[in-house]
Design a protein around this ligand. Sequence first.
Ligand SMILES: [Zn+2]
Length: 424
Amino acid sequence: MATKVMRYQIIKPIDCNWDLFGKVLRDIQYDTRQIMNRTIQYCWEWQGYSSDYKIAKGEYPKTRETFGYSDMRGYAYDKLKSIYQRLNTANLTTSITRAVQRWKTDTKDVIRGDKSIACFRADVPIDLHNKSMNIEKSDDGYIVALSLASNIYKKELDRNSGQFSVLINEGNKSNRDVLDRCIAGQYKISASQILREKNKWFLNLSYSFEISKPDKSRDNILGIDVGIVHPVYMAVYNSPARRSISGGEIDNFRKQVQKRIKELQLQGKQCGEGRIGHGIKTRVKPIEFAKDKVANFRNTINHKYSKAIVEFAIKNGCGIIQMEDLKGINTDNVFLKNWTYYDLQQKVKYKAELEGIEVKLIDPQYTSQRCCKCGYIHRDNRPEQAKFKCIDCGFEVNADYNASLNIATPDIDKIILEFLKCET
Ligand SMILES: [Zn+2]
């Protein structure tokens, strides 16, 4: 379940004028502030009593035995409902719950002195229980019926109902979508709030919904190719889904580090033999500086890449991720060589397993020379680094994409072995 909040301006009340409605909101806001601050006060009194009790008797008192309630909410409710009689009782409960939750989160910090005791101000939001709202679509727009006033208050106001209907600003399409889905029951309305900002009243509507995860299937395999042109190229077997990550970020980083190494080397020359013994700063050797920088960067970027890979797998319902079983990338590029593909693999494995996705390592031989369309393997299929062109069937495609599709193929190891057997 996920909960989100969407804000709507209250344009006007439907069944009374602004004078009355504004007064009701201000009254209720005033009471809400008192209720929440009193609840916090009860909680701290209980906290103090409870600590003293522990010192005297060696154990904490039980709320049920002391008050007859299992927690502070019941106690506060009973004390406060007779004092603050204007509020709809469901909303009163919601405010008390919010204050008790605040107290619970704050307790440790307050006792340590890191935080002061919560104090709710005059602009405190008015709480609405999820049953205190009813949304309807009318010819004039979206109307929300808000249960705000108690029976006592309703009589005092000389009204038949404690419910107030208001027209809200429907806003853009996504604002309207939320309202429509709440009306249709696709979204569940949760405890919400009314608040005042710059002399306008707003409804912060909270709604919750099930997060639908696409089913992961072991028939959907994600293949990952790592290379020079694209550090990571992803493709899904039997699907047009693909994604690549460009190497711009790595290039920029390499240039930065090389520039800094040059600066350090120059500095070293100027210091001459005096480098040693002239404090920590002058003793940093350019190559050590580079090593640290590269290691940090690699860690950050591998986290980023592995996250992107696993997210792509989830999005495409892949139950398996296939990667090449490389110990290191075979390239002259020093930075890629230091990349430790192994580290990326470990990070992908870790994140994938949390999502119930299996990571399979495959033999990397021939995955870049094989045509993903007809299966023909030949070194001449790769005329250039970035290009793949099959000399048998003529299929032409981005070389990294071709390789990642081969890597995504089920039982690719066996398929390649079979092909090689027939060839010889
Ligand atoms: Zn081919």
